[in-house]
Write a protein that binds this ligand. Structure first.
Ligand SMILES: CCC[C@@H]1OC(=O)[C@@H](C)C[C@H](C)CCCCC(=O)CCC[C@@H](CC)/C=C/C=C(\COC)CC[C@@H](O)[C@@H](O)C[C@H](O)CNC1=O
Length: 156
């Protein structure tokens, strides 16, 4: 059971260490080319959510994050027989807290993973966003899978 919280802590640690390196080693706007035309590290700050929406609305983000954390802990506790689901929720937990720490400390989030998919420059994100997105996608897949074989074991 606690391994899901330890996983979340591990994700938070990786997120915070990578952000610390970006903040201390790179100027804002500085870019490191890792794979030409595909992957760069670009030091960036975002005081909003995805795509910079709701810029500066810190109280909204604090409230939403606390609600997200509460709901996720509840689901981790009530789905003990669904390890994959708990895994998805621990990714969301780690990601949400990772960005929450930035928002509390700096009122903005440190981003640095800059991906160019074909010609589209995807918004610069970070490890916390990746964990959140992986967690969301995993849970969506599990829910779709549950529905398709009609078990419907997810408790809520
Ligand atoms: C990933 C959620 C965003 C993350 O939400 C959080 O913190 C959570 C805990 C709480 C928010 C206050 C509320 C979520 C609003 C929902 C939302 O936003 C729709 C998201 C869809 C999502 C599919 C699930 C797309 C993906 C996008 C991106 C991530 O790609 C990997 C681009 C990230 C860059 O714009 C980067 O600058 C963002 C910056 O780091 C701050 N991050 C956040 O606000």
């Amino acid at each position: 059971m606690f391994k899901y919280y330890i996983l979340a802590l591990f994700l938070i640690a990786i997120d915070q260490v990578t952000k610390y390196i970006v903040v201390t080693r790179m100027e804002i706007g500085e870019q490191l080319e890792l794979m030409p035309n595909f992957l760069y590290f670009t030091s960036h700050r975002n005081s909003g959510a995805a795509w910079g929406i709701l810029e500066g609305q810190m109280w909204f983000f604090y409230i939403v994050t606390i609600v997200v954390v509460g709901v996720v802990v509840y689901f981790i506790q009530t789905n003990r027989d669904q390890p994959m689901l708990q895994l998805g929720f621990s990714f969301i937990l780690g990601g949400a807290i990772g960005n929450f720490i930035d928002r509390i400390l700096f009122q903005e989030v440190v981003d640095f993973i800059d991906v160019y998919i074909f010609d589209y420059n995807f918004p610069i994100f970070n490890i916390a966003d990746s964990a959140l997105t992986i967690g969301v996608i995993l849970i969506i897949i599990l829910i779709l899978f549950e529905d398709s074989n009609g078990k419907g074991k997810i408790k809520n």
